[in-house]
Write a protein that binds this ligand. Structure first.
Ligand code: PEP
Ligand code: MG
Length: 600
């Protein structure tokens, strides 16, 4: 059994067979094959070799025609190597005698050759190792078929273990078959983590180098509660994990009874409890879970994973479906927040050195007004079908807000001229995610009908920590006193101006933060669908007076760790059962690798 620690970004525990995708996108297969499959596997190897030789032949002819025979010689050398009796004999022996899978046998053999070349003093020979790796990759490609693309065509349940998954790859995972995933890269605030929550599958990111320890088909436990991945678990770890899975199932059933109850504090104040969604299908599920509305619809997910620019009709269908599914409850449609880690295949951005400080979000929309107009028209058309509101992301300056509103007005004029119905009184809001927006909030408020605080970005910009970089993940803390002050001054200003404020960053999803946020004056939350019951349970168990007192004390603390600890203790004092549920599933504690040291 081996235990690796990462960052749990989507709760729950899953047990299953590993599907491993390495750095280059190859699926790493099982190390061994069953005795009766040995002949079949040897035949598979021969087919792959034939296919690789044929491919090399094509390459050779093409290059010879374009550049001349001398440049094509390299392909001939690779072909020779692939047909080499010694090489094939060794690989076949590994398969027949040791029952290695052809992929593993090929890698082992070729890597041992590469090692010999690498150890040679003569640089020219040492460079030959690169050719060996090239041959290995080519052969693996033919043995394995495609790597990542397979992810969307699974037919049996797996746990995906990958070096990296982009938000769009994650968005395409089918939760029916992908029971959980773990990545070597990534951090809590990245959009891969956010999509994992939307899919409702346990997920861990930022584990660091661990894929070399695992092969396809190995048994794995993903404990998203604690951010722990266990390879080849002991019987004891397995039975504890099964208990947690069972406990979660029981809690889910208990939570059913909360669905139709209001998110009302003990002293009778109703709190808006909305959901964050990325895909239209989530709207129906959220409505059924008892959400008060959609507080954040991340519309850019329409772009991720497709290779064409969505048409106005495609935009409209995605918005109309949500507006209708929510049956008159408010739906806040955030305009495109593309760029940084959310890149569609077609997104018009150059690679940037500092993408989170670059051409992303509203900046991208304002730079491409034609594309923006298509979206605005579709949102406006959907506003005829429900309580649709529009929100602009990452507003950092007043001119940006004014320009976005002007483009919205232009779209309205166009639709009016065409006689197309829309809600002329549609509410317009902005996200508060840049510290500049907090500092200038009094100047923004007269121009908007509502605001929503986006702590995922606000934390990264306030604390100067890239939200998706695991190397600085320990510095990315929602409870940092600086963040709390920014939230409080935003809410205070909004209250004074009579503008409703919600908070839709991931911070609002964690029940340990609920009292703190209520105490800071927040009266509107927007959380991932899976967090609704727990957050509602906390809201219904506390009074605002308790929360205010708690927040006042929290604001006097010096560090994120102190605030976090205090918030946990307060929740425990109010309701031990609730606090324990929040921490549900501390099953793997004894086996856990030491947690990364936290800065105080
Ligand atoms: C945020 O930044 O808090 C937010 C909700 O937006 P996103 O996570 O999509 O950037
Ligand atoms: Mg954001």
């Amino acid at each position: 059994m081996q235990v690796f620690q990462g960052i749990g970004v989507s709760h729950g525990v899953a047990i299953g067979e590993a599907l491993v995708i390495d750095f280059e996108g190859f699926r790493i297969p099982r190390h061994f094959v069953e005795r009766e499959k040995v002949d079949e596997e040897a035949a598979r190897l021969r087919c792959a070799v034939d296919a690789a030789v044929a491919e090399l032949d094509e390459n050779r002819q093409q290059v010879a025609a374009q550049l001349g025979e001398q440049y094509a010689a390299i392909f001939a050398a690779h072909q020779q190597m692939l047909r080499d009796r010694k090489f094939l004999g060794e690989v076949e022996k590994f398969i027949s005698e040791r029952h290695y899978s052809p992929e593993y046998a090929v890698s082992r053999t070729l890597r041992s050759y590469a090692k010999v070349f690498r150890s040679m003093q003569d640089g020219v020979f040492a460079e030959r190792a690169a050719d060996i790796y090239d041959i290995e990759r080519r052969l693996l490609r033919h043995l394995l078929g495609r790597g990542r693309e397979e992810l969307s065509q699974l037919t049996t349940p797996v746990i995906v273990l990958a070096h990296d998954l982009t938000p769009s790859e994650t968005a395409k995972l089918d939760p029916e078959f992908v029971k959980g995933f773990v990545t070597e890269t990534g951090a809590r605030g990245g959009h891969t983590a956010i999509v994992a929550e939307a899919l409702g599958i346990p997920a861990i990111v930022g584990v660091g180098h661990f894929l070399h320890e695992v092969s396809g088909g190995d048994r794995v436990i993903v404990d998203g509660n604690q951010g722990v991945v266990i390879l080849d678990p002991s019987e004891e770890a397995l039975s504890r994990s099964r208990l947690v899975v069972e406990h979660r199932r029981t809690r889910d059933v208990e939570y059913e009874s909360l669905r139709d109850l209001p998110a009302r504090t003990l002293d009778g104040v109703d709190i808006f409890l909305g959901v964050n969604i990325e895909f239209p299908a989530e709207a129906t599920a959220s409505h059924l879970r008892g959400a008060d509305g959609v507080g954040l619809y991340r519309t850019e997910f329409l772009y991720l994973g497709v290779d064409h620019e969505p048409s106005e009709e495609e935009h409209f269908t995605a918005y109309a479906d949500v507006a209708q599914a929510m049956e008159g409850k408010p739906v806040v449609m955030r305009t495109l927040d593309l760029g940084a880690d959310k890149l569609g295949r077609n997104t018009k951005v150059e690679l940037e050195r500092n993408p989170f400080l670059g051409l992303r979000s509203i900046r991208l929309s304002l730079k491409h007004p034609d594309q923006f107009r298509v979206q605005l028209r579709a949102i406006l058309r959907a506003s005829a079908l429900g309580d649709v509101r529009v929100m602009f992301p990452l507003i950092a300056t007043l001119p940006e807000l004014k320009l976005a509103k002007k483009l919205l007005r232009d779209a309205m004029d166009e639709l009016k001229a065409e006689g197309v119905p829309f809600d002329e009184t549609l509410a317009v809001g902005m996200m508060v995610e840049a510290p500049s927006a907090v500092v200038m909030i009094d100047r923004f408020l007269p121009h908007v009908d509502f605001i929503s605080i986006g702590t995922n970005d606000l934390i990264q910009y306030a604390l100067a920590v890239d939200r998706s970089n695991p190397a600085v993940a320990d510095l990315y803390r929602a409870t940092d006193p600086a963040v709390l002050r920014l939230i409080k001054s935003t809410i205070d200003a909004a209250d004074a101006a009579g503008v409703p404020a919600t908070l839709c960053g991931q911070m609002s999803a964690h029940p340990t933060h609920t009292m703190l946020l209520l105490g800071l004056g927040l009266r509107g939350f927007s959380v991932p669908p899976g967090s609704i019951p727990q957050v509602k349970e906390v809201i219904r168990s506390v009074s605002l007076a308790q929360c205010r007192e708690m927040a006042e004390q929290a604001l006097m603390l010096d560090s994120a760790s102190e605030v976090e600890k205090f918030a946990q203790e307060t929740l425990y004092a109010i309701s031990p059962e609730l606090a324990l549920t929040v921490e549900m599933g501390r099953i793997t504690t004894e086996d856990s690798a030491a947690e990364a040291p936290q800065l105080e």
